[in-house]
Design a protein around this ligand. Structure first.
Ligand SMILES: [Mg+2]
Length: 214
């Protein structure tokens, strides 16, 4: 069973637009003070954890418990995040072609699982490994191993990694012995070996994978 591992944020889903929506909604619903919206956009730009909301509460002297603020943010993100139908269809075609599909993501387990459920991706992937559950982050090989194991296959048998982060996804994928497809967008660090393929859209990556098993 060939293995395809995908990054989640910025690869299978558009985290940025969901973040914009969720932060605006949260600030309105909690009537947060001026400055909180910009603070959240900056602090949550790459990822969000429950601790960010403990800091928000302290910085702005909020009364609401941090756990409540975090849970509301998780619910808003799960509602706001979308996966394009063409991506869901592509993954369904990979499944039909007997690929094992995994998601490995640097993020808190609860919010990443809520996003997978909210987009319908949870019904299409065989296994998920979220860094927040384990204190292991990409590019650490162990997160790739866990993703493969949760798909019921061995990383030693090889496979593919698709993602937008040069160091975490592509560098990590190489070190895990995988072939790689990079979704271009971020600057490419000096000295990092090139990805096997470079695409503009994750559906192009899926097309490359499908051609492998034709
Ligand atoms: Mg990403």
């Amino acid at each position: 069973m060939p293995l395809a591992l995908f990054d989640l944020d910025g690869t299978l889903v558009d985290r940025q637009s969901a973040l914009d929506d969720a932060v605006s909604c949260l600030c309105r619903s909690r009537a947060l003070p001026t400055g909180a919206e910009q603070w959240l956009r900056t602090e949550l730009a790459d990822r969000a954890t429950a601790e960010d909301f403990a800091r928000l509460r302290e910085v702005f002297g909020l009364e609401a418990p941090a756990a409540d603020l975090w849970q509301e943010y998780v619910d808003l993100m799960a509602a706001a995040v979308t996966c394009r139908p063409a991506v869901l269809e592509g993954l369904a075609r990979l499944r039909a072609a007997a690929w094992a599909i995994g998601v490995i993501t640097n993020g808190a387990g609860d919010i990443q699982r809520a996003k997978l459920a909210g987009t319908g991706l949870d019904g299409l992937v065989h296994g998920v490994a979220a860094s927040g559950d384990l204190e292991i982050r990409k590019p650490d090989r162990r997160l790739f191993e866990l993703g493969a194991t949760r798909c019921g296959v061995s990383l030693a048998d090889g496979g593919w990694m698709v993602g937008d982060n040069p160091t975490g996804d592509i560098g990590g994928g190489h070190r895990a012995g995988l072939r790689t497809i990079w979704l271009r967008g971020r600057p490419w660090p000096d000295g990092l070996p090139a990805a096997h393929h470079v695409v503009d859209d994750v559906t192009d990556a899926i097309t490359i994978l499908l051609a492998e098993t034709e």
